[in-house]
Design a protein around this ligand. Structure first.
Ligand code: PMP
Length: 470
């Protein structure tokens, strides 16, 4: 299958839906502002809008759709479960029992018997809230150390431990006791050092603050980190930093919470990113891709020594979605049978090589970085080095008009991000890389975005294969 662009973007029908949405939905709506389409249906790595335009979808539900849209085997399993039992609160059920066991089995051998699962309200943010709450209860401490550039969700506690300043500027009185530390993204070193010297300086700084009796910071209940910052701009932490962080937190008896909401479930090529970094955290938060097909589920996996909370300490009505559990078991079967994690590593090599070529061709590409199938192209003014948010917006729209959906994030929204399904085919990755390259080069010429959209309006489809046939 190929992308097919039949209309100007947005097409006439999308325009109608977007208009109604703007009238009736909140101003906080987000994705369709940058990706102005209304979606009709989707299959695998492709998505069709209401005007019949077909796009390669490298947003994939913000990293949720690990096996693409509507994987037919999972759809079948979910349909069967729908007639059996759907809403389970936290009662044990056969399908939840298998899901729980299979999830624990995915952990490295040393962790399997040591860890327990708590199912949370079905969002990543709720998992983060549960993790923080558990760490506070288990340690009897109140403060949390988090990192600049982090994103952990939109609820009050998750927002408090996230880096974005906007929500804090406009919503007063967030969760107190959060202390931010520099994240080792050496492309823009937070300490202003050069890449060769910055590897462990963030760790040294963190260690000094946490051990300095004049630092002003109480001994924290937890250190919370994303091993690859997602919304913060697709920044993998330096491996040496992560190893030192684990060593420091163990020595100081501070639980290490790893937020694997985005990096988990195979996204970085191992089931959890912490395996690739060679560490074992005390609490893991997982959510997005647990069901493989977009059915909501969220959980924390934690050291059973911390299991000190009372019955009902973290409740929630929607913690027992049996459809998601059934889907998650089927997703694991498929991931193992089809060696999907091998595909992640093979596509990682391919995408990294293709994006390196793009970096050679455009002075606007400041850094290409990623891990597994979580890739980022940071765009910056070639002269000043300032984050090029407007340019990134043009690139995103130019890519959309050519049939590729990509995400944006990072400081100044200047990072183009790709989160393809983990079973994406090599040919689709190549097509996407071609489109992104064309989009960057087009944006460089300074052609107005409307001009770009008009160029996409030619009703000469590049392929006529209807969606759902491959
Ligand atoms: N943590 C991370 C690392 C995330 O990427 C996200 C979502 N992008 C969240 C937490 C919040 O997840 P949710 O939107 O499901 O609350």
């Amino acid at each position: 299958m190929n992308p097919i662009i039949r209309t100007q973007i947005p097409g006439p029908r999308s325009r109608e839906y977007l208009g109604r949405q703007a009238r009736f939905e909140s101003s906080a709506r987000t994705y369709p502002r940058n990706l102005p389409i209304a979606v009709r249906r989707a299959s695998g790595s492709f998505l069709e809008d209401v005007d019949g335009n077909v796009f390669i979808d490298f947003l994939a539900g913000a990293g949720v759709l690990s096996l693409g849209h509507g994987h037919p085997e999972i759809v079948r399993v979910v349909a069967e479960q729908l007639g059996e039992y759907v809403h389970g609160l936290d009662f044990p059920t056969p399908v939840k029992d298998v899901f729980t066991r299979r999830q624990l089995d995915m952990l490295p051998a040393g962790m399997r018997d040591r860890m327990k699962i708590h199912f949370c309200g079905p969002t990543g943010a709720n998992g983060v809230e549960a993790a923080i709450k558990l760490a506070k209860m288990a340690t009897g401490r109140g403060d949390v150390a988090a990192f600049h550039g982090a994103f952990h969700g939109s609820t009050a506690g998750a927002m408090a431990v996230s880096g974005s300043r906007y929500p804090k500027d406009v919503v007063a009185n967030g969760m107190p006791g959060v202390h931010f530390f520099p994240y080792p993204g050496c492309g823009r070193c937070p300490l202003g050092l050069t890449p060769d010297t910055c590897d462990t300086n963030c760790a040294t700084y963190l260690e000094r603050v946490l051990t300095d009796d004049m630092s002003g910071i109480a001994h924290p209940a937890a250190v919370l980190i994303e091993l690859v910052q997602g919304e913060g701009g697709g920044i993998p932490a330096r491996p040496e930093f992560v190893r030192r962080l684990r060593e420091i937190t163990t020595r100081l008896e501070i639980p290490l919470i790893v937020d694997e909401v985005q990096t988990g479930c195979g996204r970085t090529g191992t089931w959890f990113a912490f395996e690739r970094f060679g560490i074992e955290p005390d609490i893991v938060v997982a959510s997005k891709a647990l069901s493989g097909i977009g059915l909501p589920v969220s959980m924390i996996i934690y050291d059973r020594a911390m299991d000190r909370w009372a019955p009902g300490a973290h409740i929630g009505t929607f913690r027992g979605n049996q459809l998601a559990f059934a889907a998650g078991v089927a997703a694991l079967d498929i991931i193992e049978r089809d060696a999907v994690l091998d595909n992640v590593l093979a596509r990682e090599a391919q995408l990294s090589a293709r994006l390196a070529e793009l970096a050679e061709r455009s002075p606007w590409v400041r850094e290409v970085r990623g891990m597994g199938l979580m890739w980022a192209v940071e765009l910056a003014d070639p002269v000043t080095g300032a984050p090029a948010g407007e340019f990134a917006r043009d690139v995103q729209l130019a890519a959309l008009c050519r049939g590729l959906i990509v995400e944006r994030g990072g400081r100044g929204d200047a990072v183009v991000r790709m989160l393809p399904p983990l079973n994406v085919a090599a040919e689709v990755v190549d097509l996407a890389a071609d489109i992104l390259t064309a989009a960057v080069l087009t944006a460089e010429t300074g052609a107005p975005v409307d001009g770009e959209a008009a160029a996409c309006s030619s009703p000469s489809p590049r392929s006529v294969t209807p969606i759902g046939t491959s």
